[in-house]
Write a protein that binds this ligand. Structure first.
Ligand code: ATP
Ligand code: MG
Length: 139
């Protein structure tokens, strides 16, 4: 059975361009409840830990530099089938392949500066949520 929580972060390109409010509106209108949210910035080291699964990939260093280049807005979200439904809402990794009306189609600039992250499994949603929020910050 799929779980009811996922983790997301609005990435530096979208925050810097002032899209936080518009993206949050889309998330809430799609039926997700914000359980925890803050504005923060990753160091390159912390970005590297978050994306450690990609450390052998050629884009890893650029990804860590980019993800630590400005403020981000991490959130824990709640909804039935949260992980799957949220991946549908954000669209494909490369905005060129993202469906019309998805967050990445509307706001992402490139495959790297792609506006938003969404966890890819219930297990990773839990791990990633704990990376940013203490359990006492979750309501
Ligand atoms: P995310 O984990 O950020 O939600 P995703 O699950 O759609 O994205 P992943 O395969 O997990 O995609 O890749 C993580 C991130 O690494 C992508 O969001 C993107 O910013 C970057 N990335 C992935 N593939 C490439 C690539 N070929 N070139 C450059 N950057 C890439
Ligand atoms: Mg991913």
């Amino acid at each position: 059975m799929s779980g009811n929580k996922t983790f997301t972060m609005i990435k530096p390109d979208a925050v810097a361009e002032g899209h936080t409010g518009a993206i949050l509106k889309m998330i809430e209108e799609a039926g997700f409840r914000v359980v925890a949210m803050k504005k923060t910035q990753l160091t390159p080291e912390r970005a590297g830990q978050f994306y450690a699964v990609h450390k052998e990939r050629p884009f890893y260093n650029d990804l860590c530099d980019y993800m630590s280049s400005g403020a981000i807005v991490p959130m824990i979200l709640e909804k039935e089938n949260a992980v799957t439904d949220f991946r549908t809402l954000i669209g494909a990794t490369n905005p060129a392949n993202a469906d019309e009306g998805t967050i990445r189609k509307l706001f992402a600039k490139s495959i790297e500066a792609n506006a938003i992250h969404g966890s890819d499994s219930d297990e990773n949603a839990s791990i990633e949520g704990s990376f940013f929020f203490a359990s006492t910050e979750q309501y």
